[in-house]
Structures are given as C-alpha cells and as structure tokens.
Design a protein around this ligand. Structure first.
Ligand code: HMG
Ligand code: MG
Length: 298
C-alpha cells in the first residue's frame, strides 16, 4: 500500500524556531532525511525575509541541494517573485499557500483569500510553461486562530479554485492542531463528494496530541498523502499556540505497525531528528522520538 510522506521539517519545522540554524546544518539535516528514505522534502520557502527570517537563506541552502538525486524537493512560494527565485534555484515543484479564513490569510500573507488566488494565477501560468509542479496549501481547514470554527464548504470552495488553476494536490492545513477525528471526518465527507481522495493530503499539527488520530481517520477515508516533520519540529508564526507538525517519527511508527510500508528507516530518521534537536538546542516532543531516545540511553 502506497503512502506519500512529505517531510516539512526543514520548512514548517524551522520557520518557527527561535535558535537560528546555520545553513550548513540545515543542509546536513536534509542529507540525513534523504538517507533515512524521505523522497518528498519541502526544503524552504521563498518569502519576504522580514516575515520569516529563519528561512532567509533559501537561495543559499537551495544551491547546496542536488536536484538530480531522485528526491522531489519543493519550496513555498507566495507570489511570482518567490516562484522565480525557486525556479532559478532548481526546484521542479513549488507550493502556493492560502487559507479558508480571511483573518489568517491577511496575517499570513497580507492578502484577502481572493487576492491571494488572483496572485497565484501568474505562478500557475508560468509553472505550466516551465514544467514545474504546483501544490496548493489551504490552511485553517478546521479552526482559525482568529475566527474560530471554519466552514468545510469554504475549504471546498478554495480547494476547487486551486485545482482549477492547476494544483496537482491540495494539502489540507490543520494549522493550529485543535481538530479531532470527528471534525476531520466532517470535513472530508464534504470534500470527497467533489474531490478524489488521491488529490488531497493531510497536514496536521500536534498541539493537542490529535495528529495521529486525525491521520487514522483521514487514512480510513482514503487519504494516502501526509505532511510531517521529523521529531515534530514546527509551528506557524502567524498562528499563536500552534505546536509542531505531526512528527514523521510518529507517522512512520503508526503506518509501519499498521502494515503500511513507508520505505523510511526509523533508526536513520531518529538520527536526523537527533541532529536537529542539537542544532535548535531544545528538546523535541515526538513520542516515538523520545521513546527511541530512552531506549538508546539504556
Ligand atoms: P507584502 O509586504 O504584502 O509584499 O508581503 P509586497 O508585495 O508589498 O512587497 C513588500 C516587500 O517584500 C518588497 O520589498 C518585496 O520585494 C518583498 P521592498 O521592495 O520593500 O524591499 N517581497 C519578497 N521578498 C522575497 N521573496 C518574496 C517576496 N515577495 C515580496 N517572495 C508576502 C506579502 C506574501 C510576500 C509576505 O506576507 C510573506 O512573505 N509572507 C510569508 C508568510 C509565511 O511564510 N508564513 C508561513 C508559511 S504558511 C504555513 O506555515 C502554513 C502551512 O504550514 C499549512 C498549515 O499548517 O496550515 C503551509
Ligand atoms: Mg503547517
């Protein structure tokens, strides 16, 4: 059974870390993720430096990546300027990002939802000419940190527009990690009436420890693509209180023990997480990571 795992540690994980991570450490971390078997890696974002200073080295970091080693590297691009930078750096996949709530979109990218989509049109047009794949993120699919509960119909509406523009997959951002399986079920029931399961990905954060339960629900409804960050790194600077992403370590443990082959070596993944734990000088929270750490200490 095939599952796609998109490792977002280097981007979603590091965008919210207080301790600056040197570019060479980010590169080493990505190398370790590759060694562990990750095939889809979101490496960075090409955004305004003042917005996300942690990823201001996007061009420098990307110049170190080997774009011919069979790994699908991707980068977040909010506008044509970011897209051109990503293309020149060598990316064959980029991701545009908007949300299902206006307040979050405004805080995150200083646009209304429709302005953001209007701005993406030129990215999609150019990407088609360049043969670059575009993924779409829709954030706040269950709750918004500013507006509360989000209507699944709004998620459907925004997702459909992104598909019409040419997105190959929509990643459903459960941005603040407050959602529970019953809410994931309600959301997917509505989305799956109009969108095939193989065009959707789950992007869960683990603030309330619900991420794996949400994966299980989404998986049971046919979703086979999930975003996660090694060790559970992450958060979002425009979503106060959002904890790390679903940990890749937890996801791999869950899938493998459930009989789903991931192609990822848990020991080598642990090494990647441990390397980043040292670099950010704070303890990682993934339960699987911690359990392995304890075992290794014995
Ligand atoms: P703005 O200030 O409205 O942009 O920001 P602007 O077009 O008015 O330009 C202002 C300045 O920014 C100009 O510089 C531009 O050149 C520069 P100046 O001329 O004044 O020197 N600029 C750029 N520089 C580098 N790269 C660019 C770029 N664009 C403009 N691409 C903008 C609008 C969207 C650019 C800004 O708000 C921004 O960069 N936001 C990024 C926010 C972000 O990265 N958030 C985190 C990622 S989203 C997330 O984490 C959620 C997700 O994980 C899913 C989930 O969990 O839900 C994906
Ligand atoms: Mg996120």
């Amino acid at each position: 059974m095939e599952v796609k795992i998109t490792e977002v540690g280097p981007r979603d994980g590091l965008q919210n870390e207080k301790t600056p991570v040197p570019t060479k450490d980010k590169f080493e971390y990505i190398q370790l993720l590759v060694k562990a078997g990750l095939k889809n890696i979101e490496a960075t974002s090409f955004v305004k430096k003042e917005s996300i200073p942690q990823l201001a080295d996007a061009t420098e970091l990307s110049s170190l990546l080997d774009f011919k080693n069979g790994i699908q590297y991707s980068a977040l691009t909010p506008n044509l300027k970011g897209y051109e930078a990503a293309k020149n750096a060598g990316y064959k996949e980029v991701a545009v990002f908007t949300a299902a709530s206006e307040s979050f979109t405004k805080k995150n990218i200083n646009r209304t939802i429709s302005e953001s989509i209007e701005g993406f049109k030129e990215i999609f047009e150019q990407a088609k000419k360049d043969g670059i794949k575009v993924r779409g993120y829709v954030s706040t699919v269950i709750d918004c940190p500013y507006e509360g509960k989000v209507d699944p119909k709004k998620v459907l509406e925004v997702s459909k527009v992104l598909f019409e523009l040419g997105a190959y997959e929509i990643s459903l951002g459960e941005t603040i990690g407050t959602g529970v399986p019953a809410e994931v079920e309600r959301l997917l029931e509505i989305l799956l009436k109009e969108i095939p399961a193989n065009r959707l990905a789950g992007h869960f954060h683990d603030t309330y420890g619900m991420a794996i339960a949400n994966v299980e629900k989404a998986f049971s409804m046919g979703i086979r693509s999930f975003d996660s960050s090694s060790g559970g790194l992450g958060g979002c600077p425009y979503a106060k209180g959002a904890a790390g992403n679903l940990a890749t370590d937890d996801l791999v443990y869950f899938l493998e023990k459930s009989g789903v082959h991931t192609g990822i070596d848990p020991g080598l993944l642990w090494e990647a997480s441990a390397f980043m734990e040292k670099a950010i000088a704070r303890d990682l929270q993934s339960r699987t990571y911690l359990a392995t750490k304890k075992k290794r200490e014995v």
